[in-house]
Design a protein around this ligand. Structure first.
Ligand code: PLP
Length: 395
């Protein structure tokens, strides 16, 4: 099939819910992607943060192939070694208070489970969420997602969701923590453009939860597994959540989501409360094991932390560009906020072999694979810098 045919088929039959880049990807290798014509791109998108180990990681391929030959399907109602191993590895990396796991297939599903569990424990229905927050697009997850344009066409959503302002410490005192099941928060807001709140904000959430018994759900779907330079984004703020949600990179590209919960939550959950057919299937479990092993044995957390410093310096250097407003990063999660809409810069970067993400209308967002080398990070940022210069000249 040629490129035009691929585009024609997708455009004519897939529902138009995705904004598409004008390229057809064929294969990947490490931090690089190749389109049908063989053109190479450096990948700062990582399939929205999924490809933390880059593309075609040999350890993941081998684990999946081996498991496929043994057993592909095994429902959660039957025991299986791949699942048992995944659970043991999750226990190695999960926060010490969160040692029980619900396995599912995506971020939104991990959030749905978290929300149901919180209601069951607290016997209260509401949630506190925050401006700019993104938690997925199923009904429950959408109810705590900020974007009005995503929510409005599907109302009514869940009752009792109150949005606070992300980063507003004073307002936290007025939010109804005593009346809701849980507060749900991202340690760094990914979808809204790598937005951060300060230590005091998180301290106050922690103390309000302690005072009122409100559960704390920390959404680590984008920030988890070393993305921010620590295993979990919430470690930067010394939070002690009751529940965390994990997905995106955990399956090495195979759909896998995890809801990690405390003893107290685990004790409240009973037979049949929440299940899903594919959750914890052997292939996803084998992939998850390979990902966790690879992160630990290659010290990717430390790598992400040290490259985060390089990222910061390089982004600061770009500040002499007239289109530039501000840059933000934590580890290998970064954003460059522009004074103009990003479209021309993204197009120009793509032309020169860089695929990157965006947020809103003027934020370039970067989530390179955690395996990226300093030279490759420089290579991608050089392309971005050139794209900025060129766009600046053409204005
Ligand atoms: C991507 C994302 C989700 C939703 O995950 P899906 O797998 O797309 O359902 C939820 N929360 C955060 C923070 C995310 O980045």
């Amino acid at each position: 099939m040629d490129e035009q045919e691929v585009k024609r088929l997708e455009d004519s039959m897939q529902l138009h819910t995705y904004h598409k880049l004008p390229i057809v990807l064929e294969r990947g290798e490490g931090v690089y992607l190749f389109d049908k014509s063989g053109k190479r791109y450096i990948d700062f998108m990582s399939a929205y943060g999924v490809a933390i180990l880059g593309h075609s990681n040999v350890a993941v391929i081998e684990a999946v192939q081996n498991q496929m030959q043994k057993l592909i399907s095994c429902h959660g109602s039957v025991y299986n070694e791949a699942r048992a191993k995944l659970l043991s590895k999750l226990k190695l990396i999960s926060p010490p208070d969160l040692q029980h796991f619900y396995l599912c297939n995506s971020g939104a599903e991990a959030i749905e489970a978290a929300m149901k569990f919180a209601r069951k424990v607290r016997r209260k229905k509401g949630f506190i969420a925050f401006s700019g927050g993104y938690h997925g697009k199923t009904f429950g997850a959408l109810s705590v997602t900020w974007g009005e344009k995503y929510r409005e066409p599907f109302a009514p959503l869940l009752d009792g969701v109150v949005f606070g302002r992300y980063g507003d410490v004073e307002q936290l005192e007025k939010l109804p923590f005593e009346e809701v099941a849980a507060v749900i928060v991202e340690p760094v807001q990914g979808e809204s453009g790598i937005k951060m709140a300060n230590q005091e904000f998180f301290n106050t959430i922690q103390s309000r939860c302690k005072e009122t018994g409100c559960l704390m759900i920390v959404d680590e779907i984008q920030t988890g597994l070393g993305r921010t330079g620590k295993m979990w984004g919430h470690e930067h703020y010394a939070l002690r959540p009751d529940i965390i949600t994990v997905a995106k990179g955990i399956g090495g590209g195979i759909p896998l989501g995890v809801t990690m919960v405390s003893n107290k939550v685990a004790e409240a959950i009973e037979l049949g409360d929440h299940t899903t057919t594919f959750g914890g299937n052997p292939v996803a479990a084998a992939a998850g094991c390979a990902v966790i092993d690879f992160i630990l044995s290659n010290r990717l957390i430390e790598h992400s932390r040290s490259l985060g410093k390089v990222f910061r310096e390089r982004l600061a250097e770009m500040s002499n560009q007239k289109l530039y407003k501000e840059s933000r990063n934590m580890g290998l999660m970064a954003a460059l906020e522009l004074r103009i809409k990003f479209m021309n810069v993204l197009d120009e970067a793509l032309k020169h072999g860089l695929i990157t993400l965006y947020s809103g209308l003027n934020i370039i967002r970067m989530l390179p694979p955690l395996i990226i080398s300093k030279e490759q990070l420089d290579e991608g940022l050089d392309i971005l810098l050139q794209a900025l210069k060129k766009t600046g000249e053409n204005l």
